[in-house]
Design a protein around this ligand. Structure first.
Ligand SMILES: [Cu+2]
Length: 119
């Protein structure tokens, strides 16, 4: 009984967040080591993604300009964090895109992406 109620509540929250994306104060990215649209000759060893509040990071992935997934040695932690340190893989020249999905404190899903070029 209790489980069912919880599932329904969660589903309702998720649905509500899709229907009203501009609702309350869900968190946003405060800073990131790489700039969206940035062009880099050398990359930092670690990419730091910092949110304004603690979030549950659900997914994080990277792909190249062909849409091919790039292996990143990172698994989102189970705990809620504000700062995530993602080791950067060795990357050839080209355009890359990182995408992530996080659940903010208010239950809303925050999707984000960042593209950068390695020269
Ligand atoms: Cu929100």
């Amino acid at each position: 009984m209790k489980m069912t109620f919880l599932k329904i509540t969660l589903a309702t929250i998720l649905t509500a967040s899709f229907l009203s994306p501009v609702a309350t104060a869900h968190t946003k990215v405060q800073s990131a080591t790489l700039e969206d649209g940035g062009v880099y000759q050398t990359l930092p060893d670690v990419f730091e993604l910092v949110f304004a509040q603690k979030v549950g990071l659900a997914t994080f992935s990277m792909k190249d300009s062909q849409g091919k997934k790039v292996d990143v040695d990172f698994t989102p932690p189970k705990s809620r964090e504000a700062k995530f340190s993602i080791p950067m893989p060795e990357l050839k020249s080209g355009l890359y895109e990182m995408t992530w999905r996080a659940v903010s404190k208010d239950g809303h899903i925050v999707k984000g992406s960042l593209s950068f070029t390695v020269q």
